[in-house]
Each structure stands twice: as structure tokens, then as C-alpha cells.
Design a protein around this ligand. Structure first.
Ligand SMILES: O=c1[nH]cc([C@@H]2O[C@H](COP(=O)(O)OP(=O)(O)OP(=O)(O)O)[C@@H](O)[C@H]2O)c(=O)[nH]1
Length: 602
């Protein structure tokens, strides 16, 4: 990881990208940064004339985007991130600012044609901490300018480009990374800055923040180059001291001009990370299965020998597992022993409010055996239950519910994800106009409970198979002021659906083949009155169907269902009489799609 050393400083932090831009996500993912995406709701409406220079507007907008997310996460989601990154890209020519105006005005002139323009991206890096209930923020911001010149462009070419759809959602109305690249004569400066994120400047800023000049590095007045640190070995050490800067064994060296020396091996860090990914997943699964995080939550710091005695494992094996967890940033290791990181306490303990324990155990016991047969799955194009579990897959859910133990495990897994995503799904749209909702396949009622909290006038019914409904009591929230949720058992493919003016399908559609979806959506459409709505919670793929990665990887389970893009959901829902579809990419593990039953024609 010599190429992006300073990013290692963010490894143990909860980093949030406050941007919906898939390009920004890709630029940062490509260099190995791990982060959550929480798109900002800040409206880009700052008064341009109040800024002395265009870049000041971009910087301020980036800052407001990031602050809005930091505040929302702190207040609404009770999850304070460590670092929030916001960005805003604008295009400026002769002090004219462009949004999507490739072709301009009545004379249909392209204001960029044959001319040089500037692309500014403002970036804000917000470090957050909570003091009691207050959020404290430290803002670092900067901007980068890149000059771009377009060739002389014919009107025909421009219209063809506009009709390609690419200009939509891009600063200046072009995408230099794709078709728009054909319009460009030259680029002076950072190409990625034009695409939406000035990566090089960002790394230099992190270097300034995390490696302030010391006696070891005074010769580098400014960070003209990114300092080299061997972060591959030290991914978990977010706070290690600045001696990393020059001292690490195996690190590449800076030459006198501050550049990485030629002799530094250029490791394909992303590929290496993928190669080791299965080891990391399995280490997490085993530590979760052994309930190591639970033991440490109540008793840490503990030595390996004590943990081994408690969980009944070998001392040497346990020590290696604990070290692996520390290297992965899940545990902290000190001379006193091992203890949980904050995120292990929140997400990996089985009783944590937003525990992922259930889903992790499901991943280990169910998904892992399926994925070890991925090669056969790809060759045969089908699920591999017969190889993984010695019996053919029947109905997806009947498989889960054949034994009490598997059913509990599956319900705990579904509950983990539903609980973690419920707030974002419930608030993706304003649902206050609805009086009654029915969550079809709503399982433990995690989303239903969130809905009644947020919309006190909403009555929510959870409709699921009798064997599920019989097991929901364990998952019900405690608290006297909980508004009631009604549980009704039935099969949504066969039985009468409860009446409601909002139906919900959360993580249902991606599981079923087209014939089953046809039955389900026809039945919902038949009971839905005009003006009633359907809320679908799924991961929405981008139109290229390569993002988000989680959805693309989930597809490899080879269920008969599939993941869909926004336009595919729109098309599918339209077929069953649902229109005015709105899609909200939430930045959480599930996105939200809301559509309305068409009024009958007069
Ligand atoms: O050549 C290219 N130029 C610009 C882009 C993309 O354009 C947008 C810029 O818009 P903005 O900074 O407002 O960011 P949004 O996409 O609206 O997301 P936020 O949630 O951060 O507001 C940006 O996506 C660039 O990537 C491009 O792709 N090519």
C-alpha cells in the first residue's frame, strides 16, 4: 500500500462520504478507502453572488454537504462518524458558472466549445466527535482547479452527446471519463478533479493533518508528494505516531524532491486485499461465532489465555485469531490485553443495539458454504444447496424454516439488517399522509416498529408466514411507550392481504423469480386502491449494474431472483399499475422506491 499511504490513517475510523456521486465513490474505493456513503440532503442553493470567487462557493457547498450529514447521523441515527467527506464540483468559464448547460440559450451555442474552462472541486474533511449530546466538528477544506479545453464542436455532435444521456447529473454537463472525453482537446491539472474528486490534493491534505512536519521531515516544506508509510501492515493502527513517516520497514522512501523513489515496489494493493478477503471474513465469522466480542464487551481488556479458557479454545489458536482481529481493526491490543473497538461494541456484540451478529452467523453458516461452491454455481447457473448442504434447494424460505435452529438464525440475520436500515428506509420519503401500512414479509417487525415511532398516526401490520409470526416475540423492542404493531400470519402468494393504504416489500423482490413476482405484484395491485402506494426497499443498482458492490456480490448466491437497477424497478412497477416512482439512494444497506397506484381513467 505504498501508493496511498496516508489513507491508512483512516482505516480504523468510521469514514462517511457525504456524496451520491458514483464517481467519487469509485475514486475513493479504488484506492482502498473503506467508507459508508450517506448522500447529503443539503440543497445546492447558496447565493453565488455572495462569493468573491467561484471556488469559495464550491468549498462552502462541500462543507455544508458534509456538515448536514455529520449532524443528521449524530442526531437522527445516533451514529457519530469520525470523518465526513463532502465535495462539490463546478465548471466556470469567464466567471460564468455552469450546471447542465452544454448547449445554451436560443442560439443553441455551446459555451464550452473551442474554449478553455476551469473545473473547481471544493472538498471538506470534517473530523467529528461527540461531547455528551453535542456534536463537535473540525473542518479542513481546500479546492483544486483543473483547466480543460473543448475542441470546436458541431451542433450535431453536441445534440448526439446530449441525447446519450451522459450530461445528466454531471458538473458542466459532461463526463470527461466517458463519451465526454471525446470533446476534450486538453486537460491541464488533475484529471480526477474534473471527474469529481481531487484525490492527490486530498491525500496531501491528509498528510498535513496526520503527519504534521516534525524534525524527521522538515525538508518537505509542503506535501508536494504524499508521504510514504507502510500502511499495509498497519491498517488497524489509525493513531500510530508520526514516526511511521520515515521509520517503517519495507516502506518506500521519498527522494530529495519528495517523490516516491523508483525502487519502491508497486504493490497491487486492491488485488492483494481481495486475495486476503476470505481470510478476513472468516476471522470475523469465527470470532463472532465464539462470541469473543461479547466476552470482551463485558470484561475487556483480557489476555488471550483468559479468552481461550472462557470460550474453550486453544491458547495459540485464540491468540492468532485475536491478533488477526486487531489487525483488521476489530479489536484493540495493548499490554493489558485485547478489548473491543467502538465499532465492535456497536455492531459485533450479539446484544448491541444495531448488532450485525445475526447476519454474520448467517453468512458463516449459510452463505459461506454456498460461496465455496461458486465455481459450480457459475458453471451451472444455479444455487448450490445440494453441494453445500447435501439437499436440493426447494422454496427459498421453506429451506430456512425446516428446522427451529435454522429459522432462528435466519430471522436473527434478517432482523440485523432490517433494524440497521429501518430508520433510513422509513425516512427516505415523507410517509405521514398514510394511515395504515402493511409490511409484506416484514418478519420480526423491525421496520414496522421504526415506522410507528416516526409516524405516530400510522397503524402497521406485519404479514408473514405462520412459522415466522410464531417466533417474533423474542425480537420485539422493550419499552412501555412502544406503539403497537399488529402481526398477521399468511402467505402473500396465496392468502388475503390485509387492507392498507401503503404496502411495503422490503428485501422481498430480489429473492423471487419473475413468475412469483408476477403473482405477488398482481395481488398487491388488485387490493391497492388508486392513490395508495407501494414502498420497496432493496439495494438499487446503478444503470451499469456494477454498483453497489454488495448487490452485485449478493447476486452470486444464484437465487432465482435478481437485483435490479432504478429503471428496471420503475418498469417492473409500472407493469402492475404503479406510477410516479421515486427512488432514494439512502447510503445505507437498503435503498427505497416509492410508487403510487394509478388512478383509474375516467
Ligand atoms: O467530467 C465530469 N465532471 C463531473 C462529473 C460529476 O458531476 C457531479 C458534480 O456534481 P456535484 O458536485 O453537485 O455532486 P453530485 O453528483 O450532485 O453528488 P453530491 O451528493 O456530492 O452532491 C459529480 O457526481 C461528478 O462526479 C463527472 O462524472 N464527470
Amino acid at each position: 500500500m505504498v501508493l496511498n499511504p496516508v489513507l491508512g490513517k483512516l482505516v480504523s475510523k468510521r469514514v462517511v462520504l457525504a456524496s451520491a456521486s458514483p464517481r467519487r465513490q469509485e475514486i475513493l474505493t479504488n484506492v482502498g478507502l473503506r467508507f459508508e456513503v450517506v448522500p447529503s440532503w443539503f440543497k445546492e442553493t447558496l447565493e453565488k453572488s455572495s462569493f468573491a470567487a467561484p471556488y469559495e462557493y464550491a468549498v462552502e457547498t462541500a462543507k455544508q454537504k458534509a456538515l448536514e450529514v455529520a449532524n443528521r447521523m449524530h442526531v437522527k441515527h445516533l451514529r457519530t462518524p469520525d470523518v465526513v467527506i463532502g465535495a462539490d464540483t463546478i465548471v466556470v468559464r469567464s466567471l460564468l458558472w455552469f450546471s447542465i448547460v452544454l448547449i445554451y440559450g436560443k442560439c443553441r451555442k455551446c459555451l464550452l466549445s473551442g474554449k478553455e474552462h476551469s473545473v473547481f472541486t471544493g472538498v471538506a474533511i470534517i473530523h467529528c466527535s461527540s461531547k455528551g449530546t453535542c456534536l463537535e466538528t473540525e473542518v479542513t477544506d481546500f479546492y483544486e482547479e483543473t483547466k480543460v479545453k473543448f475542441s470546436d464542436l458541431s451542433e450535431e455532435l453536441l445534440w448526439e452527446y446530449i441525447h446519450s444521456g451522459e450530461p445528466m447529473d454531471k458538473a458542466g454537463g459532461y463526463g470527461i471519463q466517458a463519451l465526454g472525453g471525446m470533446l476534450v482537446e486538453y486537460v491541464h491539472g488533475d484529471f480526477l478533479n474534473v471527474v469529481g474528486f481531487p484525490l492527490n490534493h486530498f491525500c496531501k491534505k491528509l498528510a498535513e493533518l496526520y503527519y504534521p512536519p516534525s524534525k524527521h521531515n522538515v525538508q518537505h516544506k509542503k506535501y508536494d508528494s504524499i508521504p510514504s508509510v507502510d500502511t499495509f501492515e498497519n491498517l488497524s493502527d489509525g493513531e500510530s505516531d508520526s514516526s511511521n513517516f520515515t521509520e517503517h520497514k519495507g516502506a518506500s522512501k521519498l527522494d530529495s524532491s519528495g517523490m516516491l523513489s523508483e525502487s519502491a515496489p508497486k504493490l497491487p494493493s486492491k488485488i492483494l486485499e481481495l486475495m486476503d478477503g476470505f481470510r478476513a471474513s472468516k476471522a470475523l465469522f469465527v470470532a463472532s461465532k465464539l462470541k469473543i466480542f461479547d466476552h470482551l464487551k463485558h470484561r475487556g481488556p483480557l489476555k488471550a489465555v483468559d479468552i481461550a479458557n472462557e470460550v474453550g479454545t486453544s491458547v495459540c489458536g485464540t491468540e492468532r485469531l485475536l491478533d488477526a482481529c486487531a489487525a483488521l481493526g476489530l479489536l484493540e491490543k495493548t499490554p493489558q490485553g485485547y478489548s473491543n473497538t467502538d465499532s465492535a461494541n456497536a455492531y459485533l456484540t450479539s446484544d448491541g443495539e444495531y448488532s450485525l451478529h445475526g447476519y454474520i452467523i448467517h453468512s458463516n453458516d449459510h452463505l459461506w458454504p454456498l460461496f465455496t461452491n461458486l465455481e459450480s454455481a457459475v458453471k451451472e447457473g444455479s444455487r448450490q444447496n445440494h453441494r453445500a448442504f447435501g439437499k436440493k434447494a426447494e422454496d427459498l424460505f421453506k429451506d430456512y424454516y425446516h428446522s427451529e435452529e435454522v429459522k432462528q438464525r435466519f430471522m436473527a440475520a434478517m432482523h440485523s439488517i432490517a433494524h440497521l436500515t429501518a430508520r433510513d428506509v422509513a425516512t427516505a420519503f415523507d410517509l405521514s399522509r398514510f394511515k395504515s401500512a402493511c409490511d409484506l414479509g416484514g418478519c420480526t417487525g423491525a421496520l414496522a416498529h421504526e415506522l410507528v415511532q416516526i409516524y405516530p398516526n400510522l397503524k402497521v401490520t406485519v404479514f408473514d408466514l405462520p412459522e415466522v409470526i410464531a417466533n417474533t416475540s423474542y425480537f420485539q423492542p422493550s419499552g412501555q411507550h412502544m406503539a403497537p404493531v399488529t402481526f398477521v400470519s399468511g402467505d402473500f402468494f396465496k392468502d388475503n392481504l390485509p387492507e392498507a393504504d401503503l404496502y411495503i416489500l422490503s428485501r422481498v423482490l430480489h429473492d423471487w423469480p419473475d413468475e412469483k413476482i408476477h403473482v405477488l405484484l398482481s395481488r398487491i395491485s388488485a387490493v391497492c386502491k388508486p392513490g395508495s402506494a407501494l414502498l420497496v426497499a432493496e439495494i438499487v443498482l446503478d444503470e451499469k449494474k456494477t454498483h453497489p458492490l454488495r448487490a452485485v456480490l449478493q447476486s452470486l448466491s444464484m437465487t432465482e431472483g435478481k437485483q435490479r437497477s432504478g429503471s428496471e424497478y420503475k418498469q417492473l412497477l409500472e407493469k402492475y399499475g404503479f406510477t410516479n416512482t421515486e427512488i432514494k439512494i439512502t447510503g445505507n444497506l437498503l435503498d427505497a422506491v416509492l410508487c403510487f397506484k394509478k388512478n383509474l381513467s375516467p
